[in-house]
Design a binder for this molecule. Structure first.
Ligand SMILES: *Cc1c(COP(=O)(O)O)cnc(C)c1O
Ligand SMILES: [Zn+2]
Length: 454
């Protein structure tokens, strides 16, 4: 099984001797405060390596940290860092050395006050949009890819890959291009043209699979076990525990940008559900380390899904722990994971914090995109429309407290999903290049005012 050693699998002979040189100590130096992999299911521990599932219970693994190393982190040290996600390097499973990174230096994206959006959805408290479309490849995926590939390089991998619903494909291809490393990216063949172009342009292999994302993901789980892909890091498969930690930085940033306060309510889009669990985990970590203040009654985490693919929200609303996989439909393709790996943990975080989940249909998604654009000047992709529409539904349904400060996460850029709003986003007036024509179109006041022919 790949990952039995600290890095990629090696053939016998010289490679095996090289592999044995990569001791756990060497890896630890390369992985900062990370201490081990720990099973989210049964708690079993494993050395840091390219392993994502527990050998005892098949549960997903996540990173465990050295508490002494984390306790040394201060607000001042973070604030002295760069204006990107590496300001939190001492809280991530990566080396401190900038030269060791595989990165487009994403992060430190705007936290935009959104009073007009608050009024439109019926919120009386401050509302913020954390706008992660400002990242280098225009989605939050640059965060997870920078952390995954920096760890992958430390673990000895020489090729980068992923199974993607779109944004991950962009980010892996761009990171690999910057690093001068070969990439092999797998996508469902029916992805939006805007996501295909913005992946293919970086070079590398782009494999369009005639199947759903869940089928693409299963294929990658099989490929990762082959000899041909033994030296390949699939960011969301064999190095997934490292990948997932990149999402922590969204939670860290929001707290720091609010003056080291945790907001009382957050609304987060869900595909695998991982991002939601990591924002919650980031808040817990900051409070535990004494770096940020929790709100008086604790924070509440809300999840947003598209009605065409809402297995996590359905389980919450039905009051079950069992997540029934679905065959996704609908325009929010970046969120279309029918069998969400972190679903049970997203359910647990929302239940533990007293939040809720909402699912919105395609018309509501388009309305959400237009509402966000018109009230904040932010053009989000379909996933942002999901989140904004879910916010409105959660307020209207009495689930979200309209008097409590709230942060909504926009995770992607509308330029990649133009087709969603293109039919209604058209010129409001069409004129000839003359004042008379502009007046006839109603843009120059009363018709009695005589316009000279120009
Ligand atoms: C991947 C993605 C998400 C959600 O990611 P998960 O961690 O899998 O839940 C949200 N928004 C956009 C735009 C994405 O591409
Ligand atoms: Zn286990």
């Amino acid at each position: 099984m790949a990952g039995a050693n600290s890095g990629p699998r090696h053939d016998r002979g010289e490679d095996e001797r090289n592999a044995s040189r990569m001791t756990v100590d060497t890896v630890n130096q390369a992985t900062g405060p990370a201490r081990a992999l720990v099973c989210r299911g049964c708690g079993a521990e494993y050395p840091l390596a390219a392993q994502h599932a527990c050998w005892q219970c098949f549960g997903p693994l996540e990173i465990a940290y050295d508490p002494v190393a984390l306790a040394a982190v201060t607000r001042e040290r973070i604030a002295a860092g760069p204006a990107n996600l590496w300001r939190y390097a001492a809280l991530l499973p990566v080396a401190a050395d900038p030269a060791a990174r595989v990165s487009l230096d994403p992060g430190w994206t705007p936290l935009v006050p959104a009073a007009a959006l608050a009024a439109a959805v019926g919120l009386r408290a401050p509302l913020w949009v954390k706008d992660d479309s400002a990242n280098p490849t225009h989605s939050f995926k640059d965060r997870v890819v920078s952390v995954a590939l920096t760890a992958a390089r430390a673990l000895g991998f020489t090729r980068y890959a992923c199974a993607s619903t779109g944004n991950l494909a962009n980010s892996v291809a761009a990171h690999a291009a910057r690093a001068g490393v070969r990439s092999t990216v797998f996508i469902p063949a029916d992805l939006e043209p805007g996501k295909v172009v913005t992946t293919a342009v970086y070079g590398g292999d782009l494999v369009a699979v005639d199947g759903s994302y869940d089928e693409v993901n299963r294929l990658c789980s099989e490929l990762v076990e082959t000899d041909e892909f033994a030296d390949t890091a699939f960011v969301n498969v064999n190095v997934r525990p490292f990948y997932a930690e990149g999402s922590l930085t969204l939670g860290f940033e929001v707290a720091e940008q609010l003056g080291w306060r945790i907001p009382p309510q957050v609304v987060v889009p869900m595909a695998s559900g991982e991002l939601l669990t990591k924002i919650d985990k980031a808040f817990s970590a900051l409070v535990e380390l004494g770096l940020a203040e929790p709100p008086a009654g604790g924070w509440r985490v809300f999840g947003a899904q598209s009605a065409g693919c809402a297995p996590i929200a359905a389980a919450l609303q039905e009051g079950t722990d069992e997540i029934t996989p679905v065959r996704p439909t609908g325009i929010a393709k970046s969120l279309n994971i029918g069998d969400p790996a972190a679903g049970p943990y997203a359910l647990a975080a929302v239940r533990r914090t007293g939040g809720w989940m909402a699912a919105v249909d395609d018309d509501e998604i388009r309305d959400g995109m237009r509402l966000l654009a018109r009230t904040t000047g932010i053009f989000a992709e379909t996933a942002g429309g999901v989140t904004v529409s879910a916010l409105r539904q959660l307020v209207a349904g009495g689930r979200l407290d309209p008097a409590a400060e709230t942060v909504v996460f926009n995770t992607g850029d509308g330029l990649k999903t133009l087709d969603a709003v293109a039919p209604t986003a058209v010129p409001t007036h069409v004129v000839k290049p003359s004042l008379r024509s502009v007046q006839a179109a109603g843009l120059l006041g009363e018709a009695e005012r005589v316009i000279r022919e120009s």
